[in-house]
Design a protein around this ligand. Structure first.
Ligand code: NDP
Ligand code: MG
Length: 381
């Protein structure tokens, strides 16, 4: 029996993780948690009967307590609740399916408690990779990537032992606005940006795919996960999303991982690594493809990627600024307070105004996030 706790069980990754649990009969869900979606959380709790259910806001906890009163389930709230889930003795793996920098502290707590991490939450490695990776090594825990690109790389390097990687080729779909110019992007709406061509995901990451910030975050994550310098990480546009990423070794050989776009594959791979299991779903039909399309990213128009390279090359607290500024700017865009291209203006302004902290501690990372939020408040006033 695998024992997993999930933070962010009601979201896109969280619900697909539970689908993987449903089809495999040997995973026990020890805890689930959400921000505010009590209805779904109650349904999930009744189905999976975890030991702990977490909800962010205290206000909603009473609804949970009432609905789950007949079960022997502990209800926890806030950050303390997430930390309790992270370190609970009954679990072996923490699935970080929560969105935002709120995922960092629970991830650290779980590593300290010796849990492997099935990592979906991007913000963790982007902002605190220099803390997380050495800590995971020290504690002997595995960071198992859930993101499709990193899972693809992880699958490609399996069995390669100490063979030297010369390049990572991270694929990008290019998002809904691939091939468009700045004039077109000037007036795109929230609805336009939410129409991802291949993947159904949470709202924030879908906007990040449209700006290419998502790919930028993935480049930064890849640096930490695979210990590769950013100049050796290249982004390749593959609009069909069938090549999920590639690895080039020092002899020039390139390995790729392909498949239909289905997040359940990388989720299941992370949970059972290194074992593979049957996964129901469509298989790639090469006879139905007219070809495999490859393109280069337009980093001048879609500045998300250039900002990410700038942030990771600068290092220190800059990736946190990039990430937090984007998080806030995307929220403002989704609230229709700013236009699409202003997301870039806000990130750029924050990165230029920031006084760099080298090798930031967790407290400094969280303080940098707060500095970014107040800077944006003044910027918008
Ligand atoms: P969603 O927005 O679909 O889900 C986010 C989850 O986090 C929800 O369960 C949400 O609860 C929960 N949550 C939000 N705030 C809190 C909080 N304060 N306390 C507890 N739980 C909270 O996001 P995704 O599933 O798309 O993405 C999750 C993470 O995985 C992100 O970091 C994303 O970048 C990454 N990722 C996602 C991929 C995808 O295909 N979706 C692919 C690769 C990475 P509630 O429902 O109540 O709001
Ligand atoms: Mg991805």
């Amino acid at each position: 029996m695998k024992k997993i706790a999930i933070i962010g069980s009601t979201g896109s990754i969280g619900t697909q993780t539970l689908e993987v649990v449903r089809t495999n009969k040997d995973i026990q869900v020890t805890a689930i948690s959400a921000g505010s979606n009590v209805e779904l959380l109650i349904e999930q709790a009744k189905e999976f009967k975890p030991y702990i259910v977490g909800i962010w806001s205290e206000d909603k906890a009473s609804l949970l307590r009432e609905a789950l009163s007949e079960f022997d389930i502990r209800i926890v709230t806030g950050m303390e609740g997430l930390l309790e889930i992270a370190r609970m003795p009954e679990s072996e793996i923490l699935v970080t399916a929560i969105v935002g920098m709120i995922g960092i502290r629970p991830t650290i707590e779980a590593i300290k408690a010796g849990k492997d991490i099935a990592l979906a939450n991007k913000e963790t490695l982007v902002t605190a990779g220099h803390i997380i990776m050495p800590l995971a090594k020290k504690k002997g825990v595995s960071i198992l990537p859930v993101d499709s690109e990193h899972s693809a790389i992880f699958q490609c390097i399996h069995g390669e032992m100490n063979n030297k990687i010369s390049r990572l080729l991270v694929t990008a779909s290019g998002g809904p606005f691939r091939g468009k110019d700045r004039a077109y992007l000037e007036n795109v709406t929230v609805e336009d940006a939410l129409k991802h061509p291949n993947w159904a995901m949470g709202q924030k990451i879908t906007i990040d795919s449209a700006t290419l910030v998502n790919k930028g975050l993935e480049v930064i994550e890849a640096k930490w996960l695979f210990d590769i310098e950013p100049e050796n990480i290249e982004v390749v546009v593959q609009p069909q999303s069938i090549i999920h990423s590639m690895v080039e070794f020092e002899d020039g050989s390139i390995k790729a991982q392909l498949g239909t776009p289905d997040m359940k594959l990388p989720i299941q791979y992370a949970l059972y690594y290194p074992e593979r299991r049957y996964l129901p779903g469509d298989r790639l039909d090469f006879s139905a493809l007219s070809g495999i399309i490859i393109d280069t990213p337009d980093m001048d128009t879609f500045k998300g990627l250039s900002f990410a390279y700038r942030a990771i090359k600068t290092g220190g607290s800059m990736p946190t600024v990039f990430n937090a500024a984007n998080e806030k700017a995307v929220a403002l865009f989704l609230d229709r307070k700013i236009k699409f291209l202003q997301i870039y203006d806000i990130i750029d302004a924050c990165m230029k105004a920031h006084s760099l902290i080298q090798n930031p501690t967790l407290d400094e990372i969280l303080a940098t996030e707060q500095w970014v939020y107040s800077y944006i408040e003044d910027y918008m006033a």
